[in-house]
Design a protein around this ligand. Structure first.
Ligand code: KG4
Ligand code: ZN
Length: 348
């Protein structure tokens, strides 16, 4: 994406983008005005559908998106005073990767049809980039540069962000994503799905110092590794089957948060960040939020923690990212496809 140099350039307030998100197990649609004001936002979660399998079943997710997208879109459009004719909608933005290919295709096909029928631009959005834009929805005047810790079910990334759409990758996980580690450990402990919120809840009753799980800091840079920690939890519980689940969950969570905050804090210092910002589903974690606030207060920089609803998957962040692409003249052809392995391309 060509970098956007001014937050006020171009179309500005009054430009409404419809966002569509179907990359995993949330079917979502939203209308955002001027890239920062959420006019309507509907998220329909498929959590109950997948819970009994302990994880997202791709084929079920695609089918559920097919069923849910039409009513979700109708609600989002009605909430913005629009309707099937797309009145007042200036562009359609859609997540086209990364994610589950079948799930992505449902949203991409719908977005292409709407853009064609309404005769408005189509904007393909990278799901990870959309998570970065979630923070701008609540705090459009965040100072730059920002250090963003993007922690979701599929990714763990540290980025330097120097403006809307301008970012540089600092580091990432070399094995499991943080959310994946939460989900796998929760599953092993017999907790529900998705595991992150369950561990967050159960850990409140546990002793975070009960088990000294390992902290891994691979290399000298800003990378992460969580698979050793996960294995260590499994080995420990196998050796000590009576270990209280709350203590194991609390000690595991303590180790993950410790590593995330230590590395993010160091990266923020290194780039001279004005604030440390969280993004992605794991950013909803209570301990992580508390620790980031404490660390930033100590370091004299801002802490920006988007509301929990904007941390997890939603379409408002997709519409916001779409708006900035539109501003930059970066729209997509109607031949846009889904790319399950789409990478985040650095632009700074
Ligand atoms: O960003 P997201 O909604 O979807 C992806 O793009 O992956 O992130 C989902 C991940 C899951 O792994 C889930 O367990 C984790 O975010 N998560 C949490 C919490 N809430 C969601 N992890 C830890 N603590 C939470 N409170
Ligand atoms: Zn996500």
């Amino acid at each position: 994406m060509p970098a956007v140099t001014s937050a006020t350039a171009g179309r500005g307030p009054g430009t409404r983008v419809l966002g569509i998100e179907t990359s995993c197990d949330e079917t979502a649609a939203a209308v955002v005005d001027g890239g920062t004001v959420i006019v309507s936002s509907i998220v329909s979660s498929q959590v109950d559908l997948h819970a009994r399998y302990g994880g997202v079943v791709p084929e079920l997710a695609s089918r559920a998106h097919v069923e849910l997208l039409t009513p979700v879109l109708a609600d989002a459009l009605a909430g913005a005073g629009s309707g099937p004719d797309g009145a007042g909608i200036d562009a359609v933005a859609v997540t086209h990767g990364p994610g589950l290919v079948g799930a992505l295709l449902v949203g991409v096909a719908e977005a292409k049809a709407l853009a064609m029928v309404w005769d408005v631009p189509l904007v393909g959005v990278n799901h990870l980039e959309a998570h970065l834009f979630a923070s701008l929805l609540e705090q459009p005047d965040l100072g730059w540069p920002l250090c963003v810790l993007l922690v979701s079910g599929g990714h763990t990334l540290l980025l330097e962000v120097t403006g809307p759409g301008r970012y540089r990758l600092l580091g990432g996980t070399i094995d499991d994503a943080a959310g994946e580690a939460f989900d796998k450990v929760a599953r092993f402990l017999g907790l529900g799905y998705p595991g992150g919120p369950e561990i967050d809840r159960v850990a409140r009753e546990g002793d975070p110092a009960a088990f000294a799980f390992p902290r891994s800091y691979p290399g000298d840079g800003h990378d992460f590794s969580f698979s050793g920690l996960k294995t260590s939890v499994v080995n420990r519980v196998r050796k000590e089957p009576g270990a209280p689940t709350a203590d194991v969950a609390a000690s595991f969570q303590e180790a993950v948060v410790d590593v995330l905050v230590t590395r993010a804090r160091r990266a923020a210092r290194e780039i001279g960040a004005r604030a440390l910002c969280l993004a992605g589903g794991v950013a909803a974690n209570s301990l992580l939020r508390d620790r980031v606030e404490e660390a930033c207060a100590e370091d004299g920089i801002g802490a920006f923690l988007p509301s929990r609803a904007l941390c997890t998957d939603n379409a408002a962040m997709v519409a916001a990212a779409g708006y900035w692409h539109l501003e930059a003249g970066d729209t997509s052809p109607l031949t846009l496809g889904a790319d399950p392995n789409l990478r985040l391309a650095p632009t700074a």
